[in-house]
Ligand binder design. Structure first.
Ligand code: HEM
Length: 127
């Protein structure tokens, strides 16, 4: 497998975006819990706005992975799962009862996907 193909700037962007998304999801958990604990609408407003930023970063990471690692189709598919999980996750933010819990559960799945992508692209970048 040829590791030298692909745009180096896109590879770096992929690494930083994967780390940003992972950390961003942790911040989202903090904001949601702050809202529940009494910070209320203010924290929820920040949660909604920042959540949109994290989703946009996830859409961009699918593109940067594609151009950064054109010979690593597995990585590209892995990256593509992140915006898909987040889109489903966000669409469930107003669901009722047990289904609504999937908004939090799928956030963890997205964090796992983004953090494992970060580890994989850092390894691929060193190879
Ligand atoms: C980690 C656990 C999370 C919890 C407990 C949580 C909780 C919540 C709650 C309680 C709401 C308000 C729903 C309503 O308006 O009635 C909400 C909305 C929202 N959350 Fe989360 N959230 C989490 C993670 C995330 C993540 C990771 C993202 C995106 C990256 C995100 C993006 C959003 C967005 C965009 C909305 C607004 C949706 C809309 O107004 O239609 N959340 N979340």
């Amino acid at each position: 497998m040829n590791e030298t193909t692909g745009n180096p700037a896109m590879r770096r962007a992929t690494t930083w975006l994967a780390l940003f998304i992972t950390l961003g999801i942790a911040v989202q958990a903090y904001l949601a819990m702050s809202a529940y604990a009494g910070a209320g609408a203010d924290a929820l407003d920040v949660h909604k706005t920042f959540g949109t930023v994290v989703l946009l970063a996830a859409l961009v990471i699918a593109v940067t992975t594609y151009y950064g690692f054109p010979d690593r189709r597995g990585l590209v598919w892995h990256a593509a799962t992140v915006p898909v999980i987040l889109a489903v996750q966000i669409s469930l933010s107003r669901a009722d009862s047990w289904l609504g819990g999937l908004h939090g559960f799928l956030a963890i799945a997205a964090a796992v996907a983004a953090s494992s992508l970060a580890a994989m692209v850092m390894r691929a970048g060193r190879a």
